[in-house]
Design a protein around this ligand. Structure first.
Ligand code: PRP
Ligand code: MN
Ligand code: MG
Length: 182
């Protein structure tokens, strides 16, 4: 990647910090589910791809993986509040124990909508695991069972998180320099 370093003002979370937290989250999740639950992880494309891949491999419990693609952001930095299903689940979740896997909760709009949507399909339970949460998220009431880090209200990229589809492949999570989006 050319000159990505000048686009990042500060590394917020290193690869090692992220890996350690994913391990912590996996231990907590394992304690709450058995093999018989046949937990269904629902990854929210595309941001949650890295969290999903790493978390799933840390979980020592039987599980299935499925994906939804929803979008509320487009290419900007502000949430529009409009959630669209771009790709629905391939799995019938009625009676299933579901864990939504997300990279970040910002305004909380995506997850509050997704929670209601999945609960309406008759799942046995729907919980949330999000690696990051921003302060704004507390304004929307969502019960998040597993949260990795509470972070400041900066625009962050890396480890799945993008700005205009870039930076998802960074191993660490960093603060995007204002010159990139202003
Ligand atoms: C980002 C992020 C979360 C959501 C959080 O996804 O990955 O899914 O926004 O924002 P909210 O709490 O304000 O709803 P985005 O819509 O950018 O799609 P992407 O995952 O494909 O990047
Ligand atoms: Mn997303
Ligand atoms: Mg995005």
């Amino acid at each position: 990647i050319s000159d990505v370093q000048s686009d990042i003002t500060e590394v917020l979370l290193t690869e090692e910090q992220i890996a350690e937290k994913i391990g912590d989250l996996a231990r907590r999740i394992e304690a709450d589910y058995t093999d018989d639950d046949n937990l269904l992880l629902v990854g929210v494309l595309r941001g949650a791809v890295m969290v999903m891949a790493d978390l799933a491999r840390e979980l020592r419990v039987q599980l299935n993986m499925d994906w939804m693609a929803v979008s509320s952001y487009g290419s900007g930095t502000q949430s529009s509040g409009v959630v669209r299903i771009l790709k629905d689940l391939d799995t019938d979740i009625s009676g299933r124990k579901v864990l939504i896997v997300e990279d970040i909760i910002d305004s909380g709009l995506t997850l509050s909508w997704l929670l209601a949507n999945l609960r309406s399909r008759g799942a046995a339970s729907v919980e949330i695991c999000a690696l990051l949460r921003k302060p704004e998220a507390v304004k929307v009431e969502i019960d998040v069972r597993y949260i990795g880090f509470d972070i400041p209200n900066a625009f962050v990229v890396g480890y799945g998180l993008d700005y205009a589809e870039r930076y998802r492949n960074l191993k660490s999570i960093g603060v995007l320099a204002p010159h990139v989006y202003s």
